[in-house]
Design a protein around this ligand. Structure first.
Ligand code: HEM
Length: 540
């Protein structure tokens, strides 16, 4: 009946009027916002997504670099919400205070976290958790397990084991007599290595993505593993990578676009399906491990992976069970959902970050032969020219120059180019008073490359880190973030990076195929190395 009263043209007019009202309201709010800062001009519904997608090829690093250069140290932009970009250490002091009294543990505003809520990942695990009590509880168990001496020991054990596996594949593919290929995309190998490493360390289950990649490249010989197992684990790891790379869409793209705009809707549906698959896999791994622990006699030791540690924490199998403080909240064992959250977060936060870091190290070493020579001297000194013995934790302590290289690469070309905070209460930041819920992004790139905090910031100079008494200006080196949410995997990451550098360069001579080619990267949640072609040879 009502529809008959309306002609088609009336519907059209209604839509046009609604749009005009929406757009007028959008720009009214934009032009009357508090503390207007310079920044790219936003579009209704899309904010600055058109600039990110069209002008900067969906590359966050380029987007930040461009806007920082154009608008200065304090600028703003919009995706679904307004975001203030901080580019100076003076602006981040409050946010990155390492005191337990620091109120800034929130990473997302309520509006900004709607997508994560929709996915069921908000306030679970660690990364997306902003419920103070639950985040503290989860982080406590994660850090307790990952920072324990037996875990560091476990990490070096697996680095040696997996490096030997990698070595055997490289030997067959690139180095065997008669092998014609000596060239490879080393960044893909690093991705597979760190996948296999983090999965076994955190879950105690082996994944075989290196074996899968070997099978893909090798024409005749295949890896000595059942192919069904390789396929199954590769599928799981692939799903995790897909999750990691697609996550930002649920923060930056508005629910409206995700639900109704076909391009984003398809991506979003696919993402949800993928997440369901990961959750099912994780649940079955946890269930199986609980069973295995129950079936292990009390006098038999349990494995040292993170999953086992978190399942037994605060149970009679926990070696520290009787030494715990009488705090009921911290004393209770973890639920499966909590365990799933922290294991999953550890896997996604610890894989691509480390893999890309080591790719960037290889790239910089190839461009700085003097640095490489100095590093080789250190490696040969520590290993006394022994090219096969396993690396130990005490070797890591002696590989100071390798550590300096890892830090300098992270300074000049950080893998995590920005990270977020959301104001819990109204506060002054960067000379302006902001309301609660304001979203902040701290631009790591800008701070790491600022001439006021670093001598010759454009110069790749690992030596700066080994000068006696050198300490970077507070908050000027934030490769692992800062404050209470600082990366809990930072020690593991450094062990992994230094060990890998030492094992690789102790045995191989690695050089870029084309030194003039620019480093190919794509920057989303992390800046990822898309490909890095090298030629490898055995060192004399
Ligand atoms: C080179 C390697 C790595 C880099 C550059 C890196 C960097 C970061 C950064 C920048 C943050 C955000 C910190 C903040 O908001 O202040 C973070 C958080 C986190 N990282 Fe790492 N990370 C690395 C390796 C790892 C590893 C190996 C693990 C675990 C196995 C890990 C687990 C986590 C977790 C769980 C968080 C969330 C902490 C929280 O929100 O409380 N990361 N990492």
């Amino acid at each position: 009946m009502i529809s008959k009263l309306f002609e088609n043209s009336d519907y059209l007019s209604l839509i046009v009027i609604t749009l005009i009202i929406y757009v007028t309201n959008y720009y009214y709010k934009y032009f009357t916002r508090v503390n207007p800062l310079p920044g790219p001009f936003p579009f209704p519904y899309f904010g600055n997504l058109p600039q990110l997608y069209i002008l900067h090829g969906r590359d966050n690093k380029k987007f930040f670099d461009y806007n920082h250069k154009k608008y200065g140290d304090l600028f703003e932009f919009r995706f679904d919400t307004r975001i203030i970009a901080l580019n100076r250490v003076e602006h981040v002091v409050k946010l990155l205070l390492a005191s337990s009294k620091n109120p800034y543990i929130k990473k997302f505003s309520n509006k900004d976290s709607k997508g994560f809520h929709e996915l069921g990942i908000l306030n679970k695990g660690i990364l997306m958790n902003q419920d103070l009590k639950s985040w503290r509880y989860n982080r406590h168990f994660f850090s307790q397990a990952i920072l324990s001496p037996k875990f560091a020991n476990e990490a070096t054990h697996w680095i040696n084991t997996l490096f030997n596996e990698l070595d055997s594949y490289w030997d067959k593919l690139y180095l065997k007599d008669g092998s014609i290929k000596k060239q490879m995309n080393i960044s893909t190998w690093f991705n597979q290595f760190t996948n296999d490493m983090i999965v076994v360390l955190l879950t105690g289950e082996r994944s075989y993505t290196m074996a899968g990649y070997f099978n893909e490249l090798s024409e005749n010989e295949k890896a000595d593993r059942p192919s069904a197992l390789i396929d199954e684990t590769a599928k799981f790891v692939h799903a995790i990578r897909k999750y990691f790379m697609g996550l930002l869409m649920f923060q930056f793209v508005s629910p409206f676009l995700r639900h109704y705009f076909p391009y984003f809707k398809n991506k979003s549906d696919d993402f949800i399906q993928n997440l369901n698959f990961i959750n099912q896999r994780m649940d079955s791994i946890i269930k199986r491990r609980r069973q295995e622990i129950e079936n292990t006699p009390l006098n038999k030791p349990l494995p040292n992976d993170l999953l086992t540690s978190t399942i037994v924490a605060n149970t009679s199998r926990d070696v520290n069970y009787n030494n715990k403080p009488d705090d009921k909240e911290v004393m209770r064992p973890m639920t499966d959902l909590e365990i799933r959250g922290i294991i999953f977060d550890g896997i996604i936060a610890g894989t691509d970050t480390t893999a890309n870091s080591i790719s960037f190290v290889v790239y910089y070493l190839a461009h700085y032969p003097d640095v490489k020579m100095k590093m080789l001297d250190e490696i040969d000194r520590v290993f006394q020219d022994d090219k096969t013995r396993p690396i130990t934790e005490s070797d890591v302590l002696n590989l100071k120059y390798c550590e300096a290289i890892a830090k300098e690469v992270a300074r000049i070309f950080p893998v995590v180019t920005s990270f977020s905070r959301s104001l819990e209460k109204p506060d002054e930041i960067g000379g302006y008073q902001w309301p609660a819920e304001t979203m902040i992004r701290i631009n790591v790139d800008a701070i790491h490359n600022n001439g006021e905090y670093w001598d010759d910031p454009d110069k790749f100079n690992p030596d700066r880190w080994i000068i006696e008494g050198f300490e970077p200006k507070k908050n000027s080196f934030i490769m692992f973030g800062g404050g209470l949410r600082i990366c809990p995997g930072r020690r593991l990451a450094m062990i992994e990076l230094v060990c890998l550098m030492a094992l690789l360069f102790r045995k191989y001579d690695i050089d870029l195929l084309d030194k003039n080619a620019p480093l190919k990267t794509k920057s989303g949640v992390v800046t990822a190395c898309i490909e890095l072609f090298v030629e490898i040879n055995l060192r004399n």
